[in-house]
Design a protein around this ligand. Structure first.
Ligand SMILES: Cc1cc2nc3c(=O)[nH]c(=O)nc-3n(C[C@H](O)[C@H](O)[C@H](O)COP(=O)(O)OP(=O)(O)OC[C@H]3O[C@@H](n4cnc5c(N)ncnc54)[C@H](O)[C@@H]3O)c2cc1C
Length: 403
């Protein structure tokens, strides 16, 4: 049996791939099985000094993701002998990654695409796993989709269950059992009762903040001493009546040297404009996302610290300058342009390949693997889900041979 702890981007596809070939799988999640449109209720709370977005529930942060799917870190993973070309092809087909049909490109997004093109930036539609026949373009992806119009890991969990996998939700006090530096199983409690499951393969997929904490308890003390989070801000201003807030979000993409840009509504922009005649319908905004130097860390109590380097700040400034030019070209009143605070939604790198796990994602404890954003060697500065899915598919193939 393979025990998978966590069922987000890393855990869901792993459970699906293994269960498909009749390998017994048990998924243990701290979170509950929820309706996708309840995602908003399952965001995690961090220290008030850090604006980090993750969710705890079956499907993990994919429940609130925008389903943007971009290949990343090819060269860096190649350095560890990892070539994901076949896995990317497989996963993109499996979840139908594609650029949105023009029917799902709204007026604000069109202005973004045209303005960026006129400025000579490297612009395209965003590859997405959003399905035109279901998506009602409500702009609510980050709250959890009300119509299940996008891919989430929950669908892999559902398929895995159909293939015979067992799902345990709402588990507490989860601990990994070891004997002679090899994995022996997992213990957990639920509804006041304690349970023990035996297995010589355990895969940690609890996300980049939680997986390193399990590792530290087993003596892998350098786990979580490094952390990136792909910082982002959203900057925007007023174009009266653009109705961008009701469009499918992040359907366009600019790739710069040190940043990516994508059209993205934030109600925080309107709040900062302090003009009662301006409503959410009047805002056009752009998310600026950058890679960071990974100068964060996780404390033993799960609190997170993020420090910024000169490069982190420089990249953000470069991205904001480009976003400002696009907004101006698109017709936004430049005197109204505001920014959200500095935030992060892609924590990773806390159990990196080459440091904490090997290129098969195995730790120094035999049979204990990590398969989530923790293993990414550096900050991609781009949506990481597709890379996590591809790495997970690669691990599934490796475990199929081992079993
Ligand atoms: C609002 C938002 C939008 C995003 N949009 C995109 C996007 O469009 N494209 C993209 O590529 N990325 C996006 N991301 C980032 C992406 O969702 C994450 O990078 C990705 O889901 C990380 O995968 P993971 O497997 O590491 O963790 P997660 O997907 O978060 O999964 C972690 C799992 O572990 C469980 N868990 C948590 N704590 C414990 C514990 N202590 N013990 C056991 N289980 C636990 C959780 O319930 C969950 O099942 C977005 C993130 C946010 C917050």
């Amino acid at each position: 049996m393979v025990i998978i702890i966590g069922s987000g981007a890393g855990g869901g596809i792993l459970a699906y791939e293994l269960s498909k070939v009749n390998i017994p799988v048990t998924i243990i999640d701290k979170g509950d099985y929820i309706e996708t449109n309840d995602g908003i209720k399952h965001y995690d709370a961090y220290d008030e000094n850090i604006d980090l977005l993750t969710t705890t529930c079956v499907g993990g942060s994919t429940i609130v993701s925008m389903a943007n799917m971009v290949r990343a870190l090819d060269n860096e993973l190649n350095d560890y002998g990892i070539d994901l070309t076949d896995e990317y092809d497989y996963v993109e087909k499996l979840i139908n990654v594609h650029e949105m049909d023009d029917s799902h490109i709204g007026d604000g997004t069109r202005l973004f695409l045209d303005a960026a093109g006129e400025l000579g930036l490297n612009v395209s539609k965003m590859p997405k796993a959003v399905y035109e026949e279901k998506c009602v373009q409500c702009g609510m992806c980050a709250l959890g989709c009300p119509v299940d119009g996008k891919w989430t890991s929950k669908s892999f969990v559902d398929d895995a269950i159909e293939n015979g996998a067992q799902l345990i939700t709402g588990a507490e006090n989860i601990g990994i059992l070891t004997e002679n530096n090899a994995v022996a199983g997992v213990k957990y409690s639920k509804d006041g009762e304690e349970f023990k499951l035996q297995s010589d393969i355990v895969v940690l997929c609890a996300g980049a903040i939680n997986s390193p904490l399990y590792l530290r308890k087993l003596g892998i003390s350098n786990a979580g001493r490094k952390l990136f989070f792909d910082p982002f801000v959203t900057i925007g201003g007023v174009i009266k009546g653009i109705n961008f807030n009701k469009e499918l979000q992040m359907a366009g993409l600019v790739i710069g040297d040190n940043f990516v840009l994508s059209p993205h509504f934030s109600s925080f922009i309107r709040d900062k404009i302090h003009d009662e005649t301006v409503s959410n319908e009047d805002i056009l905004a752009i998310m600026v996302k950058t890679p960071d130097d990974g100068k964060g860390y996780i404390n033993d109590d799960g609190s997170v610290v993020k420090e910024n380097t000169i490069n982190d700040i420089r990249y953000m400034a470069e991205g904001c300058a480009a976003a400002g030019m696009i907004l101006e070209k698109a017709g936004v009143d430049v005197n109204t342009i505001k920014s959200t605070v500095y935030r992060g939604a892609h924590p990773g790198g806390s159990a990196a390949i080459g440091e904490i796990v090997d290129s098969n994602l195995e730790t120094s404890i035999e049979g204990l693997f990590v398969d989530d954003a923790s293993v990414l060697p550096i900050s991609p500065g781009k949506p990481p889900i597709l890379t996590i899915l591809a790495l997970s598919k690669r691990l599934a193939d490796y475990l199929k041979i081992e079993n």
